[in-house]
Design a protein around this ligand. Structure first.
Ligand SMILES: Nc1ncnc2c1ncn2[C@@H]1O[C@H](COP(=O)(O)OP(=O)(O)OP(=O)(O)O)[C@@H](O)[C@H]1O
Ligand SMILES: [Mg+2]
Length: 266
């Protein structure tokens, strides 16, 4: 198998008494498509947040491309080649489509401070290059909307694509997608599936958190299953589908869920 790109060892993070991530160990190989699944509250987003520096883990180690990035700041980790999207979109609603994607590049394109302050020809050449790049990624994700429109005026599915374009504009080596199919219709999901394959085709590792099992089974080379902040299974889609521990985790979560509902109803 190819080289390990991301290595997560015994990761933990808690909120009050809740152990959101509780001794999680898994790895991502270069260029693979890996899904991270598990019932609601299993700790999937928290694990992403620890890897990308949005949460500080209380224990464990995160290594990316051989470098220790445990507890690093989000901008530093992003600059190393880790890009992500969010479960709830985080775009700049009042900025244009194009500017949202250009905003993703500022970690990468380093402008000379004086050039930027004095708006020299070199500054404008840099800006033109950024605009060309932004168009390139918007073409790649397949959005044909007016790119000078404010992002808030785009349909939801289009906004999701722009968020992926923004992440790609950072030229990452690994892209983390947190429930990218949520709220998408059937046709948009098919488009997303194709897009994820094309991203992997660029040699970028794709790590997908997703509840849509059809999509997960179709796109993943490997699946990691979380329950109560730990990995309970790791295997191919066929292995995961027939793993009793996985079925138990989902059924257990469902029973706990319905139990709560009954209590509320009483
Ligand atoms: N910032 C936070 N403050 C308090 N509790 C949190 C925070 N983030 C996560 N949690 C708690 O940690 C646990 C794991 O949540 P997390 O969002 O990581 O789960 P998830 O697997 O992404 O779930 P879902 O599939 O519903 O998105 C939950 O009990 C959640 O309430
Ligand atoms: Mg989540």
């Amino acid at each position: 198998m190819s080289k390990v790109l991301l290595d997560v060892r015994n990761l933990a993070v808690s909120f009050g008494g809740v152990r959101a991530v509780d001794g999680l160990t898994f790895s991502v190989h270069e260029g693979e498509v890996l899904s991270v699944i598990g019932p609601n509250g299993a700790g999937k987003t928290s694990a992403f947040n620890c890897v990308t520096g949005f949460y500080k883990p209380s224990a464990g180690a995160v290594t990316f491309d051989g470098a220790d990035i445990t507890g690093g700041r989000p901008a530093v980790i992003a600059a190393r080649g880790v890009a992500r999207t969010f479960q709830n979109l985080r775009l700049f609603g009042d900025l244009t489509v194009l500017d949202n994607v250009r905003a993703g590049m500022h970690v990468r394109i380093k402008q000379n401070f004086l050039d930027a302050m004095l708006h020299t020809p070199r500054y404008w050449r840099g800006e033109d290059a950024a605009t060309d790049e932004a168009h390139k990624w918007l073409d790649f994700v397949g959005t044909d909307r007016d790119r000078t429109a404010r992002i808030r005026n785009l349909p939801y599915g289009e906004q999701r694509r722009v968020e992926i374009a923004r992440a790609l504009a950072r030229e990452p080596r690994m892209l983390l997608l947190d429930e990218p199919a949520a709220g998408l219709n059937h046709g948009e999901k098919a488009h997303l599936l194709d897009l994820m394959r094309r991203i992997a085709g660029l040699g970028i590792a794709v790590v997908l958190i997703e509840h849509d099992m059809g999509l997960v089974m179709e796109v993943s080379e490997r699946i990691v299953v979380l329950s109560h902040g730990r990995e309970i299974a790791d295997g191919t889609p066929a292995e995961i589908r027939s793993d009793p521990a996985v079925i138990d985790a989902y059924l257990g979560a469902e029973e706990a869920g319905s139990g709560r509902t009954t209590e509320v109803e009483r």
